[in-house]
Design a protein around this ligand. Structure first.
Ligand SMILES: Nc1nc2c([nH]c(=O)n2[C@H]2C[C@H](O)[C@@H](COP(=O)(O)OP(=O)(O)OP(=O)(O)O)O2)c(=O)[nH]1
Length: 133
């Protein structure tokens, strides 16, 4: 049976309602695909604790985790990813790229133009429509 991986992603909006999109590095699963910053939930962590920790590690900023958008499950060759996305707000720190190779702030209706990790597509559609789940 494939490994089940619980992942959280932060959908960060700026003051102009643009969405932070981050590009994965080469040499890892889903190389150069676009994703929401975040990562795996560790044992004993809640989803929001994991998201706060990951954003600190990956981007050097502190976030507030807000409304849940959607949970989706996608089967990759390396495992089954259960991805839950949350609207989030940066409350301190400048965003830095410690793991990602690029980032973009895009209007909600433009985020679908990037080459996203497949698990993200349902969230992308909801975000573009301006709706919450
Ligand atoms: N952070 C994040 N991961 C996503 C998204 N969509 C998606 O399929 N994933 C996948 C990529 C990874 O396989 C997994 C997240 O794990 P991760 O970011 O902690 O792990 P990783 O593969 O970068 O590296 P590692 O920690 O295993 O070395 O979920 C997304 O929007 N954000």
């Amino acid at each position: 049976m494939k490994k089940h991986i619980r992942v959280v992603g932060a959908v960060i909006l700026d003051k102009d309602d643009k969405v932070l999109c981050a590009q994965r590095p080469e040499g890892k699963n889903l190389a150069l695909k676009w994703e929401f910053p975040g990562g795996k939930i560790e044992d004993g962590e809640s989803a929001s604790e994991a998201l706060i920790r990951e954003l600190d590690e990956e981007m050097g900023c502190r976030i507030d985790v807000k409304d849940k958008i959607i949970t989706t499950t996608y089967e990759y060759d390396f495992g089954v990813v259960e991805l839950t996305t949350y609207y989030s707000e940066v409350i301190s720190g400048e965003i830095k790229l410690y793991e990602h190779v690029d980032m973009k702030w895009l209007k909600r209706e433009d985020i679908h133009t990037l080459d996203w990790a497949p698990a993200d597509i349902p969230a992308i559609e909801l975000i573009a429509s301006g709706k919450k789940a």
